[in-house]
Design a protein around this ligand. Structure first.
Ligand code: B12
Length: 226
């Protein structure tokens, strides 16, 4: 595949999300994969570029909620094809760790969390998805019940960031904060915010979320040995 062809396919992937065309998205993703573009590049250099553009247009009030919904449907249709691809990578792996993952209260954004889940799973983590708009108490209950290694908190709205802090405070109150590592993410989340709320880690995208989760597992293994 020539560089020009690769660039054109990546542009087509972004465009299918911008055009909000869920019916066309799977075919274009399959075409890109068949041409040898990696699933991660299909996502980050293709589909995600489209949804970022849509988010900007929405922010500038050039488009409205129905368009946002349709674009996210197109993104989702594309990701479904990628997920099938990641799932085949997953079989016969030793489990690296258990992650409980959810989008915090008041926030229904799901796409980024799903991608984090897919990549963690593809890289050998067992993931329990609590869904979206997850009450703070549910995170605490699930940590106590399932005793995961890591709890992952996704937030896409500035107004839902305080709920990430609330989960950490509630884990402390329940006396289980030191039994689990807290990993946070979502577009308004920064390393500074992670420090402020005393999370154990932050990652700006799904690939780095996997790296961070692996680091957290290594750190907790070291702590157990010493
Ligand atoms: C798609 C979308 C929607 C869809 C969501 C569909 C779905 N099923 O998820 C719908 C249409 C439902 C929606 C609704 C709303 N949305 Co919206 N939405 C978006 C949009 C365009 C894209 C989000 C997305 O999917 N990105 C693609 C994924 C791949 O990226 P990501 O989510 O950032 O995830 C990556 C990383 O952040 C990270 N990550 C994510 N989670 C986690 C978790 C962990 C643990 C880790 C480590 C990493 C991590 O890894 C992911 C993969 O690389 C953004 C714009 C933007 N640029 O983010 C606006 C945006 C987030 N939405 C916005 C708004 C305002 C809303 C609404 C309030 C609109 C309204 N008036 O009703 C509602 C909120 C409803 C609610 N209560 O939650 C604003 C938020 C502004 C703000 N700062 O608070 C944005 C920024 C748009 C804008 N420019 O104004 N939205």
């Amino acid at each position: 595949m020539s560089e020009i062809e690769r660039e054109r396919l990546l542009a087509d992937l972004a465009q299918v999300v911008i055009d909000s065309d869920p019916d066309a998205a799977p075919e274009i993703v399959r075409k890109a994969l068949a041409a040898g573009i990696s699933p991660l590049d299909v996502l980050e250099k293709g589909l995600a570029v489209g949804i970022a553009e849509i988010g900007d247009r929405f922010g500038r009030e050039e488009i409205f909620l129905p368009e946002l919904v349709m674009a996210s449907e197109a993104m989702r249709a594309g990701i479904d094809v990628l997920k099938a691809n990641w799932d085949t990578m997953t079989s016969q792996r030793t489990v690296l760790g258990h992650v409980v993952l959810g989008t915090v209260k008041g926030d229904i954004h799901n796409i980024g969390k799903q991608i984090v889940m897919s990549l963690l799973t593809a890289n050998g983590f067992e993931v329990t998805d609590l869904g979206v708009d997850v009450p703070t108490a549910t995170f605490v209950e699930k940590v106590m019940e399932l005793q995961p290694d890591i709890v992952g908190l996704s937030a896409l709205l500035t107004t839902s960031l305080p709920h990430q802090r609330a989960v950490i405070e509630a884990l402390k109150e329940a006396g289980v904060r030191d039994q689990v590592r807290v990993l946070i993410g979502g577009s308004p989340v920064t390393a500074e915010w992670a420090e402020v709320i005393q999370a154990d880690g932050y990652a700006p995208n799904a690939a780095l979320a996997v790296d961070r989760a692996k680091q957290l597992m290594a750190a907790s293994a070291k702590a157990e040995r010493s």
